[in-house]
Design a protein around this ligand. Structure first.
Ligand code: HEM
Length: 557
């Protein structure tokens, strides 16, 4: 017999504690991702208990409050104790306590738009390996690149990629975690970036760049160069994805698509630490915008399908119109896949180009040197640039690489996860348990003094002087460091950026044509520091206005 003052097993408080512990066990062992399981565990279980104990407490309200409070207090305490305990698989790794406790701490950081700076600071404080979530390890070390991204085949993508998935749509190439499935999808994408395919895009790059230059010539006073570059990259992606369809340079963003894309990127960034939340995305206020974006893609796909191919655009390759890869893409899979191409290709390239122009304006010596190289290579009236010549322009390519190093378009998103069942792996000298999400923040890596001398300085010469030499920086002799293995702006391995070669071709033409045509200066009174302060890490680097004045250059003798 139990004494009246001792709680018995029938005591609803004890049952609530037991259920709370059980819920933790379910969360820990099964890591449920479906919203309905979450609802069952968080609402269903305590509600069922409340109903079953009826009026165990003085009133219905007290019963509800007591059961829910005890249940959640037990669940959260148990979760917290486990996550901070020496029994947790990542217990050996340093990191802020709040991050070890919950992924929502990174959601808070994402909302500020400064995750790239925040994570860089964490690494300065804690070292190469930092625990930034209960099950997330951020690693900034050159050896981590081969270990995770690898050359063949590397690790599967981390579940963070689900945050790029549009709600209720088939999984696109980017969001595909299963490596065999990814490799299958990737085959058709790769057809779109063979040397022969790239050659077909060259006249399109040139035509769109010439259109941009003509449009810029018509502008008077201060312009937002970043906006015009974004219009260009969007139009160009429309051209190569389905043979045209956007005319932002000509008409502006009449359908308000750019803000929707930025918003999708922002939503991806916020849910990046809690990708399972995407299951609830259809309930979010921006759901209508997502639908609008997808229906726009579906509309373009429909037009392109009815018209058929006029040239070998990306649509032609991705949907295997020439039956080379045998990919059997179903109609619902096409719009999200197409949307990915546009977002992956337009946002990234426009961000790097805008950062490059900003860096040139901040570094007049570099700006002048680049113009000199361009003027030496092309006459003022040449409006079809020789692609091979551009590829061999040493300083131009060094400037582009330097912008990619200092301002990687995807600064803190790339992640990989050692397969569950495959055992622990060694990442940059430390053992990482299977199933851990490993984040590779390229912003921090590419600004790490262990790999690049004067890491925060825009200094294209570092790409040219590859040999080690002693350089005087602060009066002391320091060894020049340039470790190209730590340059990852396009990622590496079998799942790296498919559009890398295309992006270089595009950026070379745009930079050359604009510098050939215009003298550029910041708008009078503009504080250049506003630029870097205004950069946001919303999955890709999202830029603020770049206010400049353009003057058509005087004819050169
Ligand atoms: C300067 C411009 C660009 C940069 C910095 C960039 C960077 C990246 C990065 C870092 C990734 C992630 C790779 C990973 O998860 O490991 C990626 C993926 C991707 N990018 Fe780019 N990108 C650029 C331009 C382009 C262009 C022009 C296209 C053309 C369509 C493109 C298409 C893609 C695709 C399809 C993926 C997904 C690859 C996969 O999952 O297999 N990107 N890009």
């Amino acid at each position: 017999m139990t004494s009246p003052s001792m709680p018995s097993l029938e005591d609803p408080r004890l049952v609530a504690i037991g259920l709370g512990l059980l819920a933790h066990l379910v969360f820990k062992t099964t890591e449920p991702r479906q919203p309905r399981v979450w609802l069952l565990l968080l609402i269903g279980a305590p509600t069922a208990l409340t109903i079953s104990v009826n009026y165990a407490f003085s009133s219905v309200t007290t019963t509800v409050l007591s059961v829910f409070t005890i249940y959640f207090a037990t669940l959260l305490t148990s979760l917290a104790l486990y996550r901070l305990s020496p029994f947790h698989p990542l217990a050996q790794y340093p990191g802020p306590i709040l991050h070890k406790l919950s992924n929502f701490q990174m959601v808070r950081v994402a909302l500020t738009g400064k995750r790239h700076l925040y994570i860089t600071e964490l690494h300065k404080k804690y070292g190469s390996h930092v625990r930034i979530g209960p099950n997330v390890l951020s690693v900034v070390h050159v050896d981590a690149i081969a270990a995770t991204l690898g050359t063949k085949p590397g690790m599967p993508k981390g579940e963070m990629y689900h945050s790029l998935q549009l709600p209720n749509t088939p999984t696109s190439l980017v969001g595909t975690l299963d490596m065999a499935e990814h490799a299958e999808k990737r085959k058709s994408w790769s057809q779109g970036f063979t040397p022969a395919a790239l050659k077909e895009y060259d006249p399109i790059i040139q035509r769109r760049t010439n259109q941009l230059v003509r449009k810029l010539e018509q502008q008077v006073g201060t312009i937002d160069l970043g906006k015009w570059i974004s219009y260009f990259t969007f139009d160009f992606m429309g051209d190569i994805v389905f043979g045209g369809g956007f005319e932002m340079i000509r008409e502006g963003d009449t359908r308000n698509l750019w803000p929707v894309i930025i918003m999708a990127m922002k939503a991806g960034s916020i849910t990046f630490a809690v990708p399972w939340v995407r299951g609830l995305a259809s309930l979010l206020p921006m759901a209508d915008d997502f639908k609008r974006m997808l229906s726009f893609a579906a509309e373009r796909v429909d037009i392109r399908q009815r018209r058929g191919p006029i040239s070998k655009d990306l649509f032609y390759h991705i949907t295997d119109e020439d039956s080379v890869t045998g990919r059997n893409i179903t109609p619902p899979e096409i719009p999200p896949e197409i949307m990915v191409a546009i977002i992956a290709g337009a946002d990234t390239t426009s961000s790097v180009l805008a950062n490059l122009f900003y860096s040139l304006l901040r570094n007049p010596d570099v700006h002048a040197k680049l113009k000199k190289e361009i003027d030496g290579a092309f006459g003022p009236d040449e409006d079809t640039l020789d692609v091979a010549k551009l590829q061999n322009m040493v300083y131009l390519n060094a400037c582009i690489n330097e912008a990619l190093r200092l301002f990687p378009a995807v600064p803190t998103f790339i992640s990989r996860s050692p397969k569950v069942g495959g055992g622990p792996v060694l990442v940059a000298g430390r053992v990482v348990p299977e199933g851990t999400n490993i984040l590779l923040p390229f912003w921090a890596l590419q600004r790490d003094a262990r790999y690049f001398s004067m890491p925060d300085k825009f200094w294209p010469e570092r790409w040219i002087e590859r040999t080690f030499y002693n350089e005087k920086t602060d009066g002391s002799n320091t060894t020049f460091v340039h470790n190209q293995a730590a340059f990852c702006a396009f990622s590496q391995g079998s799942q790296q950026c498919s559009g890398k070669a295309l992006a270089y071709r595009e950026m070379r033409v745009v930079v050359t044509m604009i510098l050939k045509k215009f003298d550029i200066a910041f708008e009078e009174g503009y504080n250049p520091q506003d630029w870097e302060a205004g950069l946001r890490d919303d999955t890709v680097i999202v830029k603020d206005k770049l206010p400049v004045t353009l003057t058509v250059r005087a004819r050169r003798a």
